[in-house]
Design a protein around this ligand. Structure first.
Ligand SMILES: Nc1ncnc2c1ncn2[C@@H]1O[C@H](COP(=O)(O)OP(=O)(O)OP(=O)(O)O)[C@@H](O)[C@H]1O
Ligand SMILES: Cc1ncc(CO)c(N)n1
Length: 276
C-alpha cells in the first residue's frame, strides 16, 4: 500500500517552497502527500509580498482530519509562524503519537521576510524540537536555536550538541549558507553519538528558493517509506542536489529548484554525494 506523508507548513504561491514544494517532492518519491496549511504567503521569486496566518481552529481541524483518517507514516513541519501554532502542532503530535517527525525550523525567507515571529522561538525550542526525529536547521537557524555564533566546523559540532540537548533525536546542519565556494557540506549528528557529513559540489546559481523545504520533504517521504534515518537523509541531500543542478530558470529573482529532476538523475547523484 502507498505510504502517506504529511506537511504542516505555509503556502508559497510561487510554488518553489512551502506546501507546494513539499507535495511535489512527496509525489516524486512515490508517497501520497497530505497537508495542513498554517499560513498563506503571497510570494514569487522576487520575495514575500504578504503573509496571512490561518485561524488556529482551522489548523487544528486540518490536522485532526488527516490524522484520524489517513494516518500519515511521516510528518514534516515548515513555516509555523507563531507560538500559538507551534503549541497546537506539538499537542497534536503527542495526541496522535506521531513517530517520524521532521522539523524544518523555518525562520526567515531568502529575501529577509520573517516567517516565524521572534517570540515563537522559545516555543519551538521547548515544545517542538524535543519531538523531532530530525531537525534540519540552516546555519542562521542553528545559530538561533543554539544561541551561539557559527563560524568553524567546531562551532557546527558545538551548536549541534546544544540542539540535541533540547531533545531532538538528530540534527542535520545544512551548509547551504556557508561561504565555501566549492562544496555544499552538511553535517548530521545523532543522539546516539554518531555523526557523518554529506558533501556535494556547490552549484553557482541564484535558483535556490525552497531548498530547505524540498530537502526536508524528501527526508520525510523516505522515512514514510520505511527507510533508515541515515538513508532518508542521503535521499534528502541527493534529491536537492539534483533539483539545484537541473534548475528551471523560472522567474526573474531567486528561482525555484526542479522538483522533478531526481528520478532522471538518481544514479548520477549516488556518485556525486560523498558521505563520510
Ligand atoms: N548552491 C548550492 N549548491 C549545492 N547545494 C546547495 C546549494 N545551496 C544549498 N545547497 C544544499 O541544499 C540543502 C538546503 O540547504 P540550505 O542551507 O540552502 O537550506 P535553507 O536555507 O533552509 O533553504 P530555504 O530557506 O531556501 O528553504 C543543503 O543540503 C545544502 O547543502
Ligand atoms: C511558505 C514558505 N515556507 C518556507 C519558506 C522558506 O524557504 C518560504 N520561502 N515560504
Amino acid at each position: 500500500m502507498v505510504k502517506i506523508a504529511m506537511t504542516i507548513a505555509g503556502s508559497d504561491s510561487g510554488g518553489g517552497a512551502g506546501i507546494q514544494a513539499d507535495l511535489k517532492t512527496f509525489q516524486e518519491l512515490g508517497t501520497f502527500g497530505t497537508s495542513a496549511i498554517t499560513a498563506i504567503t503571497a510570494q514569487n521569486t522576487l520575495g514575500v509580498h504578504g503573509v496571512q496566518p490561518i485561524d488556529i481552529d482551522m489548523i487544528e481541524s486540518q490536522i485532526d482530519a488527516v490524522m484520524t483518517d489517513l494516518r500519515p507514516d511521516a510528518v514534516k513541519t515548515g513555516m509555523l509562524f507563531s507560538a500559538e501554532i507551534i503549541q497546537i502542532v506539538a499537542e497534536k503530535f503527542k495526541q496522535y503519537n506521531v513517530q517520524n517527525i521532521v522539523i524544518d525550523p523555518v525562520m526567515i525567507a531568502k529575501g529577509g521576510a520573517s516567517l516565524l515571529q521572534q517570540e515563537a522561538v522559545d516555543a519551538l525550542k521547548k515544545e517542538l524540537v524535543p519531538l523531532a526525529t530530525i531537525i534540519t536547521p540552516n546555519i542562521p537557524e542553528a545559530e538561533v536555536l543554539a544561541n551561539m555564533e557559527i563560524v568553524t566546523e567546531d562551532d557546527i559540532a558545538a551548536a549541534a550538541e546544544r540542539i540535541l540537548a533540547l531533545g531532538a533525536k538528530g540534527v542535520w546542519m545544512k551548509g547551504g549558507h556557508s561561504k565555501d565556494p566549492e562544496f555544499a557540506k552538511d553535517f548530521v549528528f545523532l543522539q546516539d553519538g554518531t555523526s557523518f557529513s554529506m558533501t556535494s559540489k556547490r552549484i553557482d546559481t541564484d535558483n535556490t528558493h525552497g531548498t530547505g523545504c524540498t530537502s526536508s520533504a524528501a527526508v520525510t517521504a523516505s522515512l514514510a517509506k520505511g527507510m533508515s534515518l541515515k538513508d532518508a537523509l542521503i535521499v534528502g541531500k541527493s534529491f536537492i542536489q539534483a533539483a539545484i543542478e537541473e534548475d528551471l530558470q523560472l522567474g526573474s529573482g531567486h528561482g525555484p529548484t526542479n522538483h522533478g529532476a531526481y528520478r532522471y538523475v538518481q544514479d548520477r547523484m549516488e556518485k556525486e554525494i560523498h558521505v563520510e
